[in-house]
Design a protein around this ligand. Structure first.
Ligand code: CTP
Length: 401
């Protein structure tokens, strides 16, 4: 189940052109399973309408009219008590000043004052306004009280100037929301190293040998570990994906570099979702190989097996209490996976049949069987890579207990 499933999220929208991005944030939250109640300030309503938010959340959006309506005496208090998190995005300098000083003169600020849940603020304003000592003081006050300030980013501003004041993108705000919601999760205080993507082994300065791994399953595991409160290091081969917010990212190209990166970490768990190459050119050409020189004869040699290197050395094995591997197979799935589980000395291995079109590389879904060191097996039906990731994290945290 997603970290956002059935969470009650209040989204405050104040007066900024970045309000149009708040609709995307509301949509992303709702799609992730959250119950999203939106409160617009009067200025917020000038940029985007309540209908915009109602259309993406499936719930009515609230405005200042509701402060004076029939439910007024309880609405802000009940919101404040039931919400799991209040996010204000975009949040103007004016609303930041009100929050910092306990001013409660509209439904959003009254609710914020009554709320006991975590507060996430994504400022949006002109560069000069953000840099002003008054705004900086107000933000410092809010931070001291535990508010999480996300951004603002640098770039083009509505004024036409360039500076710091742009609201950060909804995906990034969502990442911070997940971290806040997950901070007391099962892996709080634990460190997890996740590897992802297909390594690249150089043939020459422009060509590589690689594989079809998209990195999606590994990135989903990193996200699921963050959702459980873990401190996450993502060791990643090149992918087209954006790393989850909060992960410490170590970029590598080859299997050799991935091994070095893994050995540089020590953590409670190592989850090897990467498709590390088994072979590499023995002698990568220093200069680009030319067509005119004819078809090259490429001699290959073995790359280091990362899991075997770690599990084969008492010193390195001690770095990780729990070790998890993957077995990507196109035939004899369970036999091959069982052999890898044993030879790589893993706590469990996630076996997937890469010959199926709806599982394995590049697609959003996976169909896996998990084989445990004690002989138990768990067959999962076709499911999203995020759900597979959550199950892997669930087993990892159980083994760490
Ligand atoms: N792995 C590794 N180091 C490598 C290759 C793979 O640590 N050089 C890890 C993978 O990240 C995965 C597990 O070992 O968690 C199994 O990878 P897989 O490619 O299925 O198996 P191999 O051991 O490479 O064997 P084969 O390719 O012959 O099936």
């Amino acid at each position: 189940m997603s970290i956002l499933s059935n969470k009650h999220i209040l989204l405050g929208v104040t007066g900024s052109i970045a309000g149009y991005k708040a609709a995307d944030l509301a949509s992303k939250l709702a799609q992730a399973g959250a119950d999203v109640d939106v409160i617009l300030t009067n200025a917020g309503e000038k940029f985007v309408t309540p209908l915009t938010f109602q259309s993406v959340t499936g719930r009515r959006a609230y405005t200042d009219n509701d402060l004076w309506g029939n439910e007024a005496h309880v609405l802000h208090v009940s919101f404040g008590k039931t919400a799991d998190l209040l996010v204000i995005a975009p949040c103007t300098a004016d609303t930041i000043a009100k929050l910092a000083n306990g001013i409660a003169d509209n439904l959003l600020t009254v609710t914020a004052l009554a709320a006991t849940c975590p507060l996430v603020i994504a400022p949006a304003m002109d560069g000069g306004m953000f840099d002003h000592p008054a705004t900086q003081d107000n933000l410092a006050k809010l931070k001291e009280r535990g508010a999480i300030i996300v951004g603002p980013a640098e770039g083009h501003l509505a004024s036409g100037l360039t500076g710091t004041g742009r609201m950060v993108e909804p995906a990034e705000i969502l990442g911070h929301i997940r971290i806040v919601l997950g901070r007391k999760g099962k892996l709080a205080g634990k460190k997890v190293v996740v590897t992802a993507g297909g390594t690249q082994e150089a043939l020459d300065p422009v060509r590589v040998i690689t594989n079809h791994s998209s990195g999606k399953q590994g990135y989903a595991i990193a996200q699921a570990a963050l959702d459980s409160g873990a401190d996450v290091c993502l060791v990643t081969a090149p992918t087209a994906l954006t790393a989850p917010v909060g992960a410490r990212v170590v970029k590598v190209n080859s299997a050799e570099e991935m091994l070095k990166a893994v050995l540089a970490e020590s953590a409670d768990a190592l989850i090897m979702a990467a498709a590390a190459a088994d072979f590499r050119p023995k002698n990568a050409a220093k200069d680009k190989m030319k067509k005119r020189d004819g078809i090259p004869q490429i001699e290959l040699e073995a790359t280091p097996d990362i899991l075997k290197t770690v599990s084969g050395s008492p010193v390195d094995k001690k770095r990780f209490q729990v070790m998890v591997g993957f077995a990507a197979e196109s035939q004899n799935l369970l036999e091959n996976a069982a052999e890898k589980l044993k030879s790589k000395k893993l706590d469990f291995i996630v076996a997937n049949d890469i010959s199926a079109s709806d599982a394995g590389f590049a697609v959003e879904t996976n169909r896996v069987t998990i084989l445990f060191a004690n002989g138990e097996r768990e067959n999962l039906p076709l499911t999203s890579k995020m759900e597979v990731a959550e199950i892997i994290i669930e087993h990892t945290s159980r083994l760490l207990e």
